[in-house]
Design a protein around this ligand. Structure first.
Ligand code: NAI
Ligand code: BGC
Length: 256
């Protein structure tokens, strides 16, 4: 097991990549706080908790909005209380919206930045205090290939993911002396609910697959495996880096 005895928080863990990651961390021996956003996801979060318990580990489900400072502080306290500490934070919660830049409202801009960037910052700051006190920890941010690939009609999303890169690199420098590593995972196109608009449209799905040298969209488990490894001691010399997991998408196959 890669993560025996670790204590982790995974945000947005009731669905998609977060769910697969929380379950994988449990199978690798970690106790997990399964964060979920809304009442609607409560049952799904409890299913994730049950899967982790079946793997023999401790798990709790905590409802919190990662963009809300008080919610994040409560989530961190509840995790320390239940698991006895925090040595891994996976900043996974994220949202996107397709909208032309010139029609983007301040409300849309704020909503996306608040979840994807402010949320990651708040969780990093609060979990980081616990890690610094213990002198060790790992933070994995779920970034995207849109940390570096521009994506028309998704400007706030791209801005949030690009910002996650320098947040991660700055924190990596600042917190290395406290024993904390930071890594971004940059997935390509993965089969999760965030991509329903592609998965439900065979033409759009084919177009996306043509952008991927391996010829298929990724599975949440493809990303979960990378998170587990990046968080483990096998990756102990990695900090301040982005690991791209995209089936080759970022080689820009249609570029001639
Ligand atoms: P998803 O929609 O299945 O999962 C996102 C989760 O974040 C949901 O459970 C949602 O409720 C939660 N969430 C949203 N706002 C929240 C908030 N304020 N507080 C707490 N939780 C909140 O989608 P998916 O694909 O699993 O997304 C996970 C992460 O992976 C996101 O950060 C996304 O940007 C990133 N990503 C996804 C890719 C894909 O192709 N599916 C590719 C690259 C990155
Ligand atoms: C987005 C997905 C998209 C993928 C590749 C991700 O960041 O969330 O909707 O399929 O990037 O473009």
């Amino acid at each position: 097991m890669l993560l025996a005895g670790r204590k982790a928080i995974v945000t947005g863990a009731a669905s998609g990549i977060g769910k697969a990651t929380a379950e994988r961390l449990g199978r690798e021996g970690a106790g997990v706080c399964v964060n979920f956003f809304s009442e609607k996801e409560q049952e799904a979060a409890h299913e994730v908790v049950r899967a982790i318990e079946q793997a023999g580990q401790t798990a709790i489900a905590v409802q919190a909005d990662v963009g809300d400072e008080a919610d994040v502080q409560r989530m961190v306290w509840e995790t320390v209380d239940a698991l006895g500490g925090i040595d891994l934070l996976v900043n996974n919660a994220g949202i996107e919206k397709q909208i032309p830049l010139l029609e983007t409202s301040v409300e849309d801009w704020d909503r996306i930045l608040r979840t994807n960037l402010t949320g990651a910052f708040l969780c990093l700051r609060e979990a980081g205090k616990v890690m610094a006190e213990a002198g060790q920890g790992v933070v994995v941010n779920m970034s995207s290939v849109h940390e570096f690939i521009p994506w028309p009609q998704f400007a706030p999303y791209c801005a949030s993911k690009a910002a996650l890169k320098l947040l991660m690199q700055t924190a990596a420098r600042e917190l290395a002396g406290k024993g904390i590593r930071l890594v971004n995972i940059a997935p390509g196109a993965i089969e999760t609910p965030i991509n329903t608009f592609v998965l439900d449209d065979p033409e759009a799905k084919r177009a996306v697959e043509e952008e991927i040298p391996l010829g298929r969209m990724g599975k949440p488990e493809d990303i979960a495996g990378a998170v587990a490894w990046a968080a483990s001691d096998e990756a102990g010399y990695i900090t301040g880096s982005t690991i791209v997991v995209d089936g080759g998408m970022s080689t820009y196959p249609r570029f001639v």
